[in-house]
Design a protein around this ligand. Structure first.
Ligand code: DC
Length: 227
């Protein structure tokens, strides 16, 4: 089988990873893999079962019983299913973000999802985004980008996104949640969020989406030697 190419994009929540990774994948003709959505699906399962997301034994036992699957629709968009039910929209609820962040600190959950992610990169050219793609999941990725922005800028983007979707939102609460989640994602013992040594840092605090997209595309094309 020919060698597949992989682009790893890591960074904190709200830096624009998924929007940018999706557009980059489209432009390059690669498959976009949103790994946060996979953790969110496990988080949703834990919430639905009324479990404590920090209880490793209970969550570990639940993993044996649940079916988490990924598929792609005609437009190349990733869809998540839990027990065969499409949960692509349900996993975006604000409450599920904290569940996802908490279950993602459990070794059993990370082990459970590792193969699924690597398998995707073995079979397809991918743009994969997450927290530990360049450091753990795909240490040999062709291009690694660490995408970040100031917490205030990320909270504001999230706030506007929720308002636009007609959901209730409070900027101060969201900023607190962003900071809490950053801390949890960066301070956990396994696969913490950090920039891989060979990753290029892209800070989008002062950049709009288009500028960020162009900067990343340029970088990727240069590294892959394509135009
Ligand atoms: O990117 P996101 O906000 O949808 O991710 C949800 C949570 O999942 C996030 O708090 C951290 C976790 N996550 C992770 O630990 N590793 C990944 N590769 C992707 C997400």
């Amino acid at each position: 089988m020919e060698q597949k190419r992989s682009i790893a994009i890591d960074g904190p929540s709200g830096a624009g990873k998924s929007t940018l990774a999706k557009r980059l994948a489209e432009q390059l003709g690669f498959r976009y893999v949103d790994t946060g959505a996979i953790y969110r699906t496990v988080g949703l399962a834990v919430q639905r079962h009324g479990l404590d997301p920090t209880d490793g034994a209970a969550v570990g036992a639940l993993l044996q019983d649940i079916d988490v699957s990924i598929s792609y629709d005609d437009t190349g968009l990733q869809r998540m299913a839990l027990q065969g039910e499409d949960v692509t929209a349900a996993i975006r609820m604000n409450e599920i973000s904290a569940y996802a962040s908490k279950v993602s600190a459990l070794p059993a959950v990370r082990d459970f999802l590792l193969d699924t992610q690597r398998d995707m990169a073995r079979r397809h050219d991918v743009v994969m985004d997450g927290r530990d793609i360049g450091t753990v999941v795909l240490p040999d990725a062709d291009v690694k980008i660490y995408l970040t922005a100031a917490a205030e800028a990320r909270a504001k983007r999230r706030y506007l996104e929720l308002i636009q979707r007609g959901q209730q939102a409070d900027l101060d609460t969201i900023l607190r949640e962003v900071i809490d989640r950053d801390r949890r994602d960066m301070e956990r013992e396994i696969a913490p969020l950090r920039q891989a040594e060979d990753a290029v840092l892209v800070d989008t605090t002062e950049m709009d989406l288009e500028q960020s997209f162009q900067a990343m595309l340029h970088l990727i094309q240069e590294k892959l030697g394509v135009k």
